[in-house]
Design a protein around this ligand. Structure first.
Ligand code: HEM
Length: 377
């Protein structure tokens, strides 16, 4: 998509188009504009207000789709589980999970990097935080995939069906937890719900499904896209192997160069807004092309070059403003551990396919490859 973004940044940085379902919207591609829009309170994320309470899915009643003050309340309920300090304490456990996944590969010669490593790692971690059964992770994956790729029109029915199955599953799970709460995050939310009326049943569903979906659809592509970038740039890989302390920088560059979330979720204008010579009408949707902003030459020198020594990067892969990714510290740590462990154990890892033939996932939101076959030794 990058050449298209480059053209849009130059010629139509605020680009109007018709979205699925016949709504008008705008795509923002420049870095400077992206920051401005993501921080502007005249753009709402409240989907209940926009579409009405009867037109909501499992995925609507959560912090990502609400404005202050609900946003702050909903984010506050789970924030304490994702502070940098608490996340840092998970390091050795996440390391054990990464080692175990690599110990138990079906073959020590080759693997599919996505299914065998990049996918299970973040899922195991988020399932443990939430306290949901790990053995149901294949179901979570199917449900998350459909919900995230709902922008593809022909999946509308499937979306309904999977959203219903996901809702029923979680509702039954909450009932079980209410009987016998533990120390996991869902137990804490259930206790908060019962004691202080701080969140409704819909919101409980919304927040938990958001965390499960975020845990499934994002970090997997940080690991996948990141390793892919290293495999495509052998000199960068050598550099990282020789200077492992570059890993923090390398992860930031992976997030910038091929960010896992291609577009922000949509916002809508609460009033008519003049923006860079265009008139964004009240009610119009606006989407920020994060992966375009992250390649903007006005912000990043040699933006199309993958350089793990790049100085502090200020990329927008985790968004900006009040909806800045809650899971960023966790995602960074998972990414670091995954990439370092893989390179440590298999420094000669090679791609076993033509990079141009790899199949990218459909849908507008996440950017990631379906399968990455690699030779390990
Ligand atoms: C929000 C990216 C991993 C939980 C966001 C947003 C982005 C993003 C761009 C803002 C979207 C918008 O403003 O429209 C990423 C990337 C990840 C990642 C690139 C991995 C590399 C995670 C993980 C979790 C998570 C592992 C869960 C633990 C959330 C939540 C929000 C969010 C709860 C909503 C925050 C709010 O509305 O206040 N993420 N995410 N993310 N992310 Fe992540």
């Amino acid at each position: 998509p990058y050449p298209v973004y480059e053209m849009l940044r130059k010629e139509e940085p605020v680009f109007r188009l018709m979205f699925p379902h016949g709504e008008f919207g705008w795509i923002i591609t420049r870095y400077e504009d992206a920051v401005q829009i993501l921080k502007d309170p005249r753009f709402s994320k409240d989907m209940v207000r926009r579409y009405g309470a009867d037109n909501q899915s499992i995925f609507s009643n959560n912090m990502l789709f609400s404005d202050p003050p609900d946003h702050k309340r909903l984010r506050g309920l789970v924030q304490k589980a994702f502070t940098p300090k608490l996340v840092a304490d998970m390091r050795s456990h996440i390391q054990d999970i990464a080692d175990e996944l690599l110990d138990n590969l079906p073959s020590q010669e080759k693997m599919n990097l996505i299914d065998d490593f990049a996918f299970p790692l973040p899922i195991i971690v988020i399932s443990e935080i939430l306290g949901v059964p790990l053995e149901d992770r294949d179901k979570f994956r199917i449900w998350s995939n459909t919900i995230i790729d709902a922008s593809i029109a022909e999946s509308a029915e499937l979306f309904e069906q999977h959203a219903r199955e996901f809702t029923d599953y979680l509702t039954a799970w909450f009932a079980k937890v209410r009987q016998d709460p533990g120390t996991d995050l869902i137990s804490q939310l259930v206790i908060a719900e019962e004691s202080g009326q701080q969140l409704t049943e819909q919101e409980l569903l919304g927040v938990v499904s958001l965390l499960i979906i975020a845990g499934h659809e994002t970090t997997v592509n940080l690991i996948g896209n990141g390793i892919l970038a290293l495999l495509e740039h052998p000199e960068q890989r050598e550099l990282l192997i020789n200077q492992p302390e570059l890993i923090h920088n390398a992860i930031e560059e992976m997030l910038r160069y091929n960010g896992p979330v291609e577009f922000s979720t949509s916002r809508w204008a609460l009033e008519d807004i003049e923006f860079r010579g265009e008139r964004i009408a009240q009610g119009d949707l606006v989407i920020v092309a994060l992966d375009s902003a992250n390649r903007d030459e006005q912000q990043f020198k040699d933006a199309d070059i993958f350089d793990i020594t790049r100085e502090k990067s200020s990329h927008l892969a985790f968004g900006k403003g009040i909806h800045l990714c809650l899971g960023a510290p966790l995602a960074r740590l998972e990414g670091e551990i995954a990439v370092s462990t893989l390179l440590n154990r298999f420094p000669n890892i090679q791609l076993q396919a033509d990079v141009n033939e790899l199949e990218w996932r459909p849908g507008m939101n996440v950017r990631g490859v379906k399968e990455i076959p690699v030779q390990l030794k």
